[in-house]
Design a protein around this ligand. Structure first.
Ligand SMILES: [Zn+2]
Length: 383
């Protein structure tokens, strides 16, 4: 099945970095070392050793990158060759290059994990419609510093959230519950929250986690009224070096989402919980307020992407799956994410049709839902 003409909404991407217009081959490969920013820009912990640098070109996703760029540029299929051609094109304008890539993959809109103001260089470079997310962490830090009581913190935080969604056009909230406190963090009681505020104000790191969980709960509630989804990294967050990565299994959210007060809070599981993709799919199966974002899986698991796509199609409602990339820095990541998603989705649907598990006419409908319609519905695009 050819999905090349179907538009894509990239549900999860980060700002682009204009200074990355000119890259040497290993630096382009390094763009696909997810989480490099979390490890002190590659200088720490042996990541920049010669052996590791040689590894960078040997990730499966980099082989897919080289193959797909060689197709697009009609040049030899070799990292050095595609980088020469890529740098020749970016020298003529990074914006035009990004537009060419986004057009090739059909990306028409992007949810950017950023609260940069409209027109900021990192957003301006992203072609098509750009939607932003209110960032929970920086807002908590700001109001923790400014407030003398939890009540004041919460009032300030909720007012800022409401302003962002109702006035400034933000389409949702980005939370880092997995990285800060773990998805299994309990919702603190009101008394625990007051104690956590007092201790966090004094710089207590453990109390800060409880404070974050309390504000996460308040955010879930507020976002029902605002009709805004809450995005959460699940599974691989890039930060394998940092934080409670083992605490990012989507199943750990069950105690949160089964609480009556949060049953109408829309939650987007970013990175589809990879490697816990079955769990992410089953959370969407079980909880009507859950959406699964297939970013990170595409493009990072390119050589396994068909198999992953089968897992999503198998268990989650098809109306709850969305494509994303987790792209950052250079436009190649988002382009490759959409490209891999189309290849993998097309192959998985073709396979189901071939086995007579799916009607031939149903396959293109499902592809359109996953690639753009589900996201358009979630964000009210075109309304
Ligand atoms: Zn991300």
């Amino acid at each position: 099945m050819d999905l090349s003409q179907i538009p894509v909404v990239d549900n999860h991407c980060h700002p682009l970095i204009p200074s990355r217009a000119q890259l040497d081959p290993l630096s382009l490969a390094r763009e696909f070392y997810h989480g490099i920013g979390d490890i002190d820009n590659g200088s720490a912990k042996g990541v920049a050793s010669p052996e590791r640098l040689a590894d960078l070109a040997q990730f499966g996703v980099v082989h897919t990158l080289v193959r797909q760029l060689a197709r697009l540029f009609d040049c030899p299929c070799d990292l050095a060759a595609v980088v020469i051609e890529r740098n020749r094109r970016t020298a003529q304008g990074m914006g035009a290059y990004a537009q060419m890539l986004y057009q090739d993959a059909g990306i028409v809109a992007t949810v950017v994990d950023s609260d940069l103001p409209p027109g900021a260089p990192g957003l301006e470079l992203i072609p098509g419609r750009v939607m932003r997310l209110f960032q929970m962490g920086p807002a908590i830090d700001r109001f923790l510093a400014e407030s003398d009581s939890y009540e004041a913190l919460l009032a300030g935080y909720l007012a800022a959230l409401e302003q962002a969604v109702r006035v400034d056009g933000f389409v949702g909230v980005k939370s880092h519950l997995a990285e800060v406190a773990g998805l299994g963090a309990p919702l603190p009681t009101p008394q625990e929250t007051l104690a956590a505020f007092a201790a966090a104000k004094q710089g207590d790191a453990v109390a800060y986690k409880a404070l974050y969980a309390a504000v996460f709960g308040a955010t879930l509630t507020a976002c029902q009224e605002l009709d805004a989804p809450v995005h959460l990294h699940t599974g691989i967050t890039g930060g394998t070096w940092n934080g409670p990565i083992g605490n990012a299994d989507p199943f750990l959210l069950s105690p949160w989402l089964s609480r009556p007060e949060f049953r109408a809070s829309k939650v987007v599981l970013l990175h589809a919980g990879y490697p816990w993709i079955e769990q992410a799919s089953l959370m969407a199966h079980a909880f009507p307020q859950v959406w699964v974002d297939i970013s990170w899986v595409t493009p990072w698991t390119s050589l396994r992407a068909v198999e992953c796509m089968r897992a999503f199609l198998a268990a989650a409602p098809l109306s709850r799956l969305m494509i994303g990339s987790g792209g950052h820095g250079t436009p190649e990541v988002a382009w490759l994410g959409a490209t891999v998603a189309k290849i993998a989705l097309g192959a998985a649907l073709d396979e189901a049709v071939g086995y007579d598990l799916l009607a031939k006419e149903a396959a293109p409908r499902i592809a359109a839902m996953v690639l753009h319609e589900n996201a358009e519905r979630l964000y009210g695009l075109g309304e």
